[in-house]
Ligand binder design. Sequence first.
Ligand SMILES: [Fe+2]
Ligand SMILES: [Fe+2]
Length: 301
Amino acid sequence: MTAPDERHPVITPRRVRFDWSATPLHWIPGEPVATHFINVLHLLLPAGERWFVRVYKQALPLVADDPVLHGEVKGFMGQEAVHAYSHQGVLDRQMRDQGLDPRPLTAKIEWVFRRLLGDRPPLPVVPRRAWLNLRIGIIAGIEHYTAVLGQWILDARALDDAGADPVMLDLLRWHGAEEVEHRSVAFDVYQHVSGAYWRRFVAFFAGVIAMPLAVYFGAAYLCAKDPTLAGVRPRPRDYRRAVRKGLLPSNRFMVAAARRYLRRDFHPSGECSTRRAAEYLAVSPAARAVARAEPGRSGDE
Ligand SMILES: [Fe+2]
Ligand SMILES: [Fe+2]
């Protein structure tokens, strides 16, 4: 494998498929609460990543004067569309086939991304372009976390040691690896269309402050609707216990990532490892199946 370009790696969608027929509801054996903490990703990502694609359709003309970035944005949109579709498969099959119906909550999440964060500014006094720039800034902040969490899950050996389901781990690690691959795109788009540090700061908090609440309430919802769990509620000590086991990232990890992002000289290419992402994509069962079926399209072979 040649050395990957950390700053401008090739960004190509891989049209992966996953078979959920053998994945148990609690895909980390004996760890239903830790499973549902990570399952919150499946609740948020389909609606959230479809929203990224809608916002970036508007951003594309704004980066047309930079052909490299323009091409990377198209690759980014393609990857995010496949991510959304793939996590939707977990909701529609892996969860619902086993009696956990997430639709009442995912309908509300869809409303947040389609309406609250839609094209119409929340206040009539906000110009459309400023609203677009703010949403591009929010996406840049979220994409910092998808990249560092992608790197985290690539390296999370404790999930293998705990016997986590290999199909679910492949979904999360294939996705994580592609997040690492395209980690610079959202930041570069933001710098290109706006670049104001104050807006990056405000947008980061607007997007990220909701994250701990979403994770807690999402996990509580999944525990409440799980037909095999009678009245189990996720508690802070459940989270801390899973962190100690290495099954979840710590609060310290999340806060340290925020502090790095808010440095004025931050750039995502200084985070994570494209080499590590490429190493995983070379062995990922889902990515390898695409590489065999579509040689030359995956970017890996
Ligand atoms: Fe993604
Ligand atoms: Fe992403």
